[in-house]
Write a protein that binds this ligand. Structure first.
Ligand SMILES: NC(=O)c1ccc[n+]([C@@H]2O[C@H](COP(=O)([O-])OP(=O)(O)OC[C@H]3O[C@@H](n4cnc5c(N)ncnc54)[C@H](O)[C@@H]3O)[C@@H](O)[C@H]2O)c1
Length: 379
């Protein structure tokens, strides 16, 4: 394990952006990375403005990610990893260029804009062997990891049903002409094949597979465009089959008044289990006689993965930045060969491909109004 922070560059994260600043805070939280270079915006002036605010040296601010990879690869102290925090349509090209330069990648989701791009990227990861991680945020939370470990250990018996919800309300009105983040998310050229399904449905899908350990085998999707004029779905209602296990996935950006209501519930032969992002330090266990048991982050008796993802004693809330920081710690472990992606703690290329296949199949199912298998067969 490196005993110094790894050198990180960033693509995206310019002034006013959402997730780039979160990556920066998270990367530094546990001392595993330092942000030393960036192509933070399409505008070099804006990139310089943000770099100055963040203390990045002016000679390490670049006009675009390709220029960053070329110049940094030529330095003895060049970046060892890059965080990709740009809109979806640029993920594939930036990731491919970094991997080919031997620079490890931690990218935000969805992995790419289309399934074809995802398959292409998977072949580049295989060919280069360079570490590739995806920031499926919720997998960094201690109590989601506890849920995964308990299901894997048989705490609720064989899983018989899973329900994942991700309601938001911020796209309830057509704000895309005045809100930059809404603008690219509702534009197929920049968002890719999915609207709400690519932006948040893919999180819910990945959580289902991460927590239950099951793999989806078929789906039937209804992806309406509720706000008039939208070119992509803004509401997703999906029935899933995970082998014999039924699942329900709801993700929506027109659920008026909702903020970021991520929730997953799984029911087994001997009990149920529930995690909600609005109270992320809790995991609810349901007994067959209706009793509830509430487990808290940091408490004794939790699994090693949950304890390792907790920095504070019980009752001291941790949140999104800490969950992201856990992903960055796992990523540092992956770069130094200490696990992370391969042992399934940290989502990687396989989860990215699954997510893009999910989006692609859901769009096809919606258009054909039919069930479709994960092999692409209309059922
Ligand atoms: N994991 C999560 O929970 C989570 C949350 C929000 C967003 N995201 C994902 O993160 C990505 C960014 O989303 P956002 O809301 O932060 O977007 P944003 O619009 O707020 O910020 C994007 C930034 O990227 C810059 N940019 C665009 N193209 C670029 C390029 N080619 N090179 C360099 N910089 C470029 C823009 O100037 C801007 O600063 C998306 O893929 C989104 O799906 C993930």
């Amino acid at each position: 394990m490196a005993n110094r922070p790894l050198r990180l560059g960033m693509a995206g994260g310019g002034p006013g952006s959402f997730i780039g600043p979160v990556h920066r805070m998270a990367a530094r939280l546990d001392g595993r990375f330092e942000l030393v270079a960036g192509a933070l915006s399409r505008s070099i002036e804006k990139s310089r403005e943000q770099a100055a605010r963040w203390g990045i040296a002016s000679d390490r601010v670049y006009a675009d990610p390709d220029a960053m990879f070329a110049a940094e690869s030529a330095r003895a102290d060049g970046i060892e990893a890059v965080a990709i925090t740009t809109p979806n349509s640029s993920h594939r090209d930036i990731a491919a260029a970094a991997l080919r330069a031997g620079i490890a990648v931690i990218s935000d989701k969805p992995m790419t804009a289309t399934l074809d791009e995802a398959e292409d990227l998977a072949s580049i990861v295989a060919e280069t062997g360079t570490p590739f991680a995806l920031t499926y945020t919720y997998t960094g939370y201690a109590m989601l990891r506890e849920a995964r470990a308990r299901i894997s250990a048989g705490a609720i018996g064989t899983v018989r049903k899973v329900v994942a919800e991700y309601p938001q309300g911020w796209l309830s009105e057509a704000i895309e002409s005045t809100n930059a983040q809404a603008g690219w998310r509702t534009d197929p050229a920049r968002a890719g094949a999915g609207g709400a399904i690519g932006d948040i449905g893919v999180h819910a899908f990945q959580m289902i597979e991460y927590v239950t350990g099951l793999r989806a085998t078929a789906l039937c999707a209804d992806l309406p465009r509720v706000v008039p004029g939208r070119m992509l779905d803004d509401d997703c209602n999906i029935l899933l089959r995970l082998g014999d296990v039924p699942g329900v996935l709801m993700a929506s950006q027109i659920s008026t008044g909702e903020r970021n209501g991520v929730r997953i519930r799984a029911y087994g032969e001997r009990g149920g289990l529930e995690w909600t992002h609005e109270t992320p330090d809790q995991l609810i266990l349901r007994e067959p006689d209706n009793r509830l048991c509430i487990l808290h982050a940091g408490a004794p008796g939790l699994c090693d993965a949950a304890l390792a993802a907790t920095r504070l004693p019980p009752g001291h809330p941790e949140g999104l930045i800490e969950a992201f920081a856990t992903l960055y710690s796992d990523f540092a472990d992956a770069i130094s060969g200490a696990g992370g992606i391969l042992d399934g703690r940290l989502p990687g290329i396989t989860d990215g491909l699954r997510g893009m296949r999910f989006i692609d199949l859901a769009v096809t199912s919606n258009a054909s109004r039919r069930w479709i298998s994960f092999e692409g067969e209309i059922l």
